[in-house]
Write a protein that binds this ligand. Structure first.
Ligand SMILES: [Zn+2]
Length: 315
């Protein structure tokens, strides 16, 4: 039967600020916040948002499947919606909502996108901050960081991270994360300007250095600005590095209705269809506020991550 799934690790950088809203009124008066991890309070992009974007862009790349791109709800006349056919690359890889034989979960699953490296302005220029919890996602361990210092490969008296001034220390036991990040094809100018802080300090630094923009709500009926509708929204800043995983399941283990999946025969084939979306991320982006110049992502690398230290199995 062979193995049941292959995880692929994707790293990408924000080309624009990225806003993935936490829900609520799209143009309401309340300030728009972004989705955060409930445990760490670090902003993230939910896997469900990624899945929707991947589906739409893969369908665009494949061209012949416009009805299979969206959420699959047929219109009032019962037309449109996912085709649900076993030879459809979009429906087999991303699943479908309905068909005679019921729905199908799809051969690809998407983790949340986590912040791996977060850019902060310092008097030395931008420095990308990480923490042990984030580096563990790429199989690197940095242990023994105290909460009141910043760790770097070069020693200096102190470094300001935005408004926060911290003493600089060397990574304990030479646990410099740089070599691991080089492996992930993170650009050199980022790898040369790294620093690490403790898991406790990281969310504070991220949340106090988010990009905050102020906009005016436009009344969709009149096209005019609504009175008192100035609102702020937050976003992950440009050049934030994100990481997520795409789990590709073995097509030979699945059936669509009573039949074998026809379009793809192995896990690499599943990932090939998923990866067709990557060039579109850089043009069309993820998340909201696309019309306000937000959301574009450049994918650096995507590779099989079977050596991942935090493999959860299942999926
Ligand atoms: Zn389809």
């Amino acid at each position: 039967m062979g193995k049941s799934f292959t995880p692929y690790r994707i790293t990408a950088m924000a080309v624009d600020p990225i806003h993935v809203g936490a829900g609520g009124g799209r143009l309401g008066r309340v300030d728009q916040s972004i989705v955060r991890d409930p445990v760490t309070q670090v902003p993230k992009i939910p896997g469900s948002s990624l899945a929707g974007v991947y589906r739409a862009y893969a369908a665009m790349a494949k061209d012949r499947y416009p009805d299979c791109a969206g959420q699959g709800q047929p219109d009032k006349q019962g037309k449109g919606g996912h085709c649900g056919k076993r030879d459809c690359p979009i429906c087999t890889v991303f699943g479908f909502a309905r068909s005679a034989g019921g729905g199908f979960a799809g051969l690809a699953a998407f983790s949340d996108a986590h912040v791996l490296l977060f850019p902060v302005a310092t008097r030395e220029g931008p420095v990308w901050i990480t923490c042990p919890g984030a580096m563990r996602l790429v199989g690197a361990e940095i242990g023994g960081l105290c909460d009141k210092a910043v760790y770097r490969s070069t020693v200096a008296q102190s470094l300001n991270l935005g408004w926060l001034l911290l003493p600089v220390k060397k990574y304990p036991n030479d646990q410099d994360p740089q070599s691991k990040l080089n492996e992930l094809q993170i650009p050199e100018y980022i790898c040369r300007n790294l620093a690490a802080v403790s898991d406790k300090l990281f969310p504070h630094i991220v949340n106090s250095n988010l990009e905050v923009r102020t906009s005016v709500s436009i009344n969709p009926e009149t096209g005019a600005a609504e009175e008192g509708a100035l609102f702020t929204h937050e976003a992950l800043p440009r050049s934030t590095v994100l990481l997520w995983e795409v789990i590709c399941k073995n097509p030979t283990h699945f059936r669509v209705g009573n039949d074998a999946v026809d379009e793809v025969t192995d896990m690499e084939g599943v990932f090939d269809i998923v990866a067709k979306a990557h060039p579109y991320f850089e043009c069309l982006g993820v998340g909201g506020m696309g019309t306000r110049g937000m959301g574009r992502l450049r994918v650096f690398s995507s590779k099989e991550s079977s050596a991942s230290a935090n493999q959860t199995g299942g999926a």
